[in-house]
Design a protein around this ligand. Sequence first.
Ligand code: HEC
Length: 244
Amino acid sequence: MNKLICALILWGMTGLALAAGGHGPALLEANVNIGNKTSLQRGARLFVNYCLSCHSAQFMRYQRMATDLGLDDSVVKDNLMFTTDKIGDTMKVAMRPADAEKWFGVAPPDLSVIARARGADWLYSFLNGFYLDDTRPTGVNNLYFPDTAMPHVLSELQGYQQLKDHGEEAGHASHAAPLELAQAGKMDEAEYRQATRDLVAFLVYVGEPAKLVRYRVGFWVIAFLFVLFVATYLMKREYWKDVH
Ligand code: HEC
């Protein structure tokens, strides 16, 4: 009986999830390739230049990044480190979280594991989803994160987009490509898409080492418990052997 109830609840939730997924604009496909080191290197450069002022990546060490991305420590030091001069440091944010919260209303979250929380396609869509909106304090809104507090920090590269259908609510504009360029930036559309793809690839990579660390710790915890179990069992046998 209990099983039946569980099954019914699960079935109901799947239906709800599907219904929820049906709303809002479809995600763009990120198509990242984290095996491509030059893409990751470009992504790292964008990240430290445009994101690290507000967001940290506290599980990522510069040195680790240098090794994984095939960069010399000195290259990383000279080009990618702005918030510290120690190569062993993690990617800390330049701003104090309390200040950030005062300025934006919400503290910008750490981005170490954002790729796993949101998925690569969502991140890519988000970075391509900013459009002009005078009703927002930042002057922009986002198709995939309505009323976000984050400004369009890549506007100098992308320029500004606007909704194709003026006056239409973002949530209803679910047809393909609801945005169009209103004001050009330094990059054309293809270049900007590639830049955001590189950035998302970097964020996906940043999410992986953190996972590996957790798995490694988890492995040793289980190994420790196993050894402890064997020792306890042998001791029990030793203590009880003369009792019978
Ligand atoms: C000027 C500060 C600032 C900069 C620079 C900035 N962000 Fe943000 N970001 C924010 C704030 C504030 C939020 C919280 C938005 C909210 O919750 O409404 C945010 C939210 C986000 C989120 C959503 C997190 C979630 O809730 O799931 C992502 C993803 C993100 N930022 C990525 C980036 C990337 C990538 C860059 C660099 C290109 C960047 N941000 C640069 C301020 C910033």
